[in-house]
Design a binder for this molecule. Structure first.
Ligand code: PGA
Length: 249
């Protein structure tokens, strides 16, 4: 998969009629050199996989750390894979906040994802209070160390920096603020996997990415793409983001 990755996180949005947006997205050829990933609700994965026929990658939004068992309402990584997923978002801040997920739980889920052949898209990022306290780099270093499981091959990892305060808020960090965190994350990956390993990991930015700010965000050093929430739901909003990534240096 290309290191340039435009990923859409549909969150708890989308029923059958929403597949029309994917049909629209695929109506014209997507730009070369950019991988596109859509993470719909699990209920849509299989139908979306049939529709997409391999032209885009698909992912889940969470999985359980266990392979199977008595976990009512949860979903196993192998179930996502069978439904057509190649990726799974893990440790999204909404999971960390709504379900109290810890770094250790995210790492365990990532192990389960890897065992099922899925690439984990591991999310991390600071809250507004943590940024205001000057703790941003400490927070993301701790999340990186705790959420990325031991033994993972860097080629099987995607990382998304998502400041909690930028998600769904319309607020975005400045390019310098994004650059600072992405440089720290790449350095952290290098310390763990070596420079060549670290270079294999797509480092996404997420939080209020839209057509109007995408080019500026993709111009930031060490930004390899985006994890897009609201602006991934409509093809007309998501396509220009994919195009901006393709056009980025
Ligand atoms: P947003 O969400 O683009 O709607 O801010 C991003 C995310 O939560 O991944």
């Amino acid at each position: 998969m290309a290191r340039k990755l435009a990923a859409g996180n549909w969150k708890m949005n989308g029923i059958g009629e929403s597949l029309a947006e994917v049909a629209l997205l695929l109506a014209d050829p997507l730009p070369a050199g950019v991988a596109v990933l859509i993470c719909p609700p699990a209920t849509l994965l299989h139908r979306m996989a049939v529709l997409a026929a391999g032209r885009i990658a698909l992912g889940g939004q969470d999985c359980h750390a266990a392979a199977a068992g008595a976990h009512t309402g949860d979903i196993a990584a192998a179930m996502l894979a069978e439904a057509g997923a190649s990726h799974v978002i893990l440790g999204h801040s909404e999971r960390r906040a709504d379900h109290g997920e810890t770094d250790a739980q995210v790492a365990a889920k990532a192990q389960a994802a890897l065992a099922a052949g899925l690439v984990p898209v591991i999310c991390l990022g600071e809250t507004l209070a943590e940024r205001q306290a000057g703790a941003t780099l400490d927070v993301v270093a701790r999340q990186l160390a705790g959420s990325v499981p031991d033994g993972i091959a860097p080629a099987r990892l995607v990382l998304a920096y998502e400041p909690v305060w930028a998600i769904g808020s319309g607020l975005t960090p400045t390019p310098d603020q994004i650059a600072e965190v992405h440089a720290a994350l790449r350095a952290g990956l290098s310390a763990r996997f070596g420079a060549a390993g670290a270079a294999q990991v797509p480092l996404l930015y997420g939080g209020s990415v839209k057509a109007s700010n995408a080019a500026a965000i993709f111009a930031v050093p060490e930004v390899d793409g985006a994890l897009v929430g609201g602006a991934s739901l409509k093809a007309a909003d998501f396509r220009p983001i994919v195009a901006a990534l393709a056009a980025a240096a």
